[in-house]
Design a protein around this ligand. Structure first.
Ligand code: SF4
Length: 571
């Protein structure tokens, strides 16, 4: 155990209190994605990061996944809040295909030496792509990427637009895991939600087509809370689905309404929706647990708004209440999280809004030119660099959101070291604050907490600048360089104050140069309610001869920031 600086501890406590009050963090996993300034990268810049990616970064072999996002659906369901489009013109599909293939071709040289274990086609509903387009895209992936023999291949499909021709094309391309959205078996309710009149006949047809081709790895989704349904009806439909078709996996989601959904189905009343939703939230999970027992499925109580039932294929980790809190997938199961794989993970995301994770190097999102799928031009990318610590933060907040125990062996398998090596201050703070209990060196055992209090514990892992960035964002004080430039104008790079000169702006910082040496001025959002002018903290040690003029520069900048405090900064 190492000592912890009491002043640092005090400052962090104040920061956490302000963060909790201002940002109201919804969930521990959310902390992994905070406070990053996205940069626009060309495909060549993304390729450079893939080229630097360690092919075998931890003490376990890396798991490498490819995700292709197909943002098209035959119609737009009224409850949907995903990225999706109706493919009204075949030209749009052709443009999408050309752009994805171009990106694969450009990235391919930097991806050599990575053995890809899975390919996942999601969306949207990839089955809206005609069979020949599916074939061309997957063939291009096979030509340019080194998939392991028998790589696992998954596809999401819309039961109403799947056809035997597409199915045969997919089988010939190696797809053996199929999932489709049922939501409800009531055709009228589906029609009312702009999904077409999809009932048990269409769903049964798809299950039969798959079964005739000896495909048994089929999963499906149901949605709890659709207008016009009751929790008992949905539970009955799930029972009927298992008894009739026995899918290997069922995900059940609790509906999160968009404003337009409330307007259309609940007269704009959140209270009416909440009253409708109450029985689903109350009786849905125990009803699913009972179904799991009845049919011999494992029930995963999941997190947030998702619940799962699945056939038992591996030794489950059973919690006190009979549920399985964490599902550690088989080696080749597709997932986007190293914490679910217990291995370093690379994820290559292609297609509108798909995300890539380059372990220890970067997280990046695929964008259409001008964010317009119909526009001409190559793909572009928005991302930020990450290091091992960022990936470890993501791992820890996902694991410790759901459980009290962190296995040191599992952590080492991914990151090659003890968590204290990457987070010495945070773990020392946990010791000092009584967050860690027990002395077993094989694990970090946290004191049991409510979900909300666990988020507060996890804040210690997050670099303070990221918490400040988010606080600033919530207060309308953007610390992005372009926002700072707008706020300080006409002061900016090149401005001089005596011997001090502003060299450049970076996220939350101004970099100043003096003949005796440089310093950075770090901007921090005010933590005191009512104040809106950022604090300025000097990083680096100015020479004694330059201190007085630096103080004057800080005063000038404070005045400039104060004068524009009411000016809305660009996001
Ligand atoms: S099929 Fe799925 S992705 Fe498409 S609109 Fe409906 S819910 Fe959204």
């Amino acid at each position: 155990m190492i000592g912890v600086n009491p002043r640092w501890l005090h400052r962090r406590r104040a920061l956490h209190e302000a963060f909790d009050r201002i940002c109201e963090p919804p969930d521990g996993s959310w902390l992994a994605y905070l406070g990053r300034h996205l940069q626009t990268w060309s495909t060549a810049e993304v390729a450079a990061r893939w080229a630097r990616a360690d092919r075998d970064p931890g003490s376990s072999p890396a798991v490498n996944h490819v995700y292709l996002h197909v943002p098209f659906c035959k119609s737009i369901c009224s409850f949907c809040n995903y990225e999706r489009l109706q493919p009204r013109r075949p030209a749009l599909l052709r443009r999408y295909e050309a752009r994805v293939i171009e990106a694969i071709e450009q990235l391919a040289p930097s991806l050599r030496g990575i053995a890809w274990h899975t390919l996942y086609l999601g969306g949207g509903t990839p089955s809206v792509l005609p069979a020949d387009q599916l074939r061309r895209i997957v063939t291009a992936l096979d030509r340019h990427l080194d998939f392991v023999p028998n790589s696992s291949r998954y596809i999401e499909l819309d039961p109403a637009v799947m056809s035997p021709g597409r199915l045969d094309a997919l089988l010939s391309l190696g797809f053996h895991h199929f999932s489709f959205g049922i939501q409800t078996l009531q055709a009228g309710v589906n029609a009312d939600h702009d999904r077409g009149a999809q009932g048990p006949e269409i769903v049964g047809q798809r299950f039969e087509e798959l079964r005739r081709r000896d495909i048994h790895d089929v999963s499906c989704d149901f949605l709890m809370g659709l207008a016009g349904t009751t929790v008992e009806q949905i539970l009955d439909e799930i029972r009927y689905t298992i008894a009739t078709w026995r899918p290997t996996w069922i995900d059940v989601y609790m509906l999160t309404p968009t404003p337009s959904y409330l307007d259309r189905h609940f007269g704009g009343s959140r209270a009416a929706f909440d009253a409708h939703m109450g029985p689903f939230l109350e009786r849905g999970p125990p009803g699913l647990a009972a179904i799991a027992r009845q049919f011999g499925y494992v029930w995963n109580r999941g997190e947030g708004h998702a619940l799962s039932l699945y056939e038992h294929r591996q030794p489950p980790v059973i919690d006190d209440d009979g549920s399985q809190p964490n599902v550690y997938g088989e080696f080749t199961a597709y997932t986007q999280l190293a914490s679910e794989q217990d291995a370093p993970l690379h994820l290559l995301g292609l297609g509108t809004s798909a995300r890539s994770r380059i372990f220890g190097q970067g997280w990046v999102e695929y964008r259409d030119p001008g964010d317009d799928i119909a526009a001409d031009g190559p793909a572009c990318w928005a991302g930020h660099d990450v290091d091992l610590r960022d990936d470890a933060l993501c791992y820890l907040v996902h694991v410790l959101r759901d459980t009290d125990t962190l296995s040191i062996d599992r952590f080492r398998a991914v990151f090659g070291c003890h968590p204290r090596a990457l987070f010495p201050d945070a773990l020392a703070a946990w010791d000092a604050e009584g967050v860690v209990v027990g002395e077993d060196p094989s694990q970090v055992l946290l004191a049991p907490r409510s979900r909300r209090d666990r988020v507060r514990d996890l804040l210690w892992l997050v670099p303070e600048e990221r918490l400040e960035w988010e606080i600033g964002r919530r207060l309308g004080i953007s610390l992005a360089p372009e926002a700072l430039a707008a706020r300080l104008h006409p002061i900016g790079p090149g401005s001089t104050f005596g011997d001090w000169r502003i060299e450049r702006l970076s996220p939350a910082r101004l970099h100043l140069q003096h003949p005796d040496g440089g310093v950075a001025l770090r901007l921090r959002p005010p933590l005191v309610p009512g104040r809106i002018v950022p604090d300025i903290v000097v990083e680096g040690t100015p020479s004694p001869a330059s201190v007085d003029t630096l103080r004057a520069v800080v005063r000038i900048l404070r005045r400039a920031l104060g004068a524009t405090a009411g000016r809305r900064a660009p996001a």
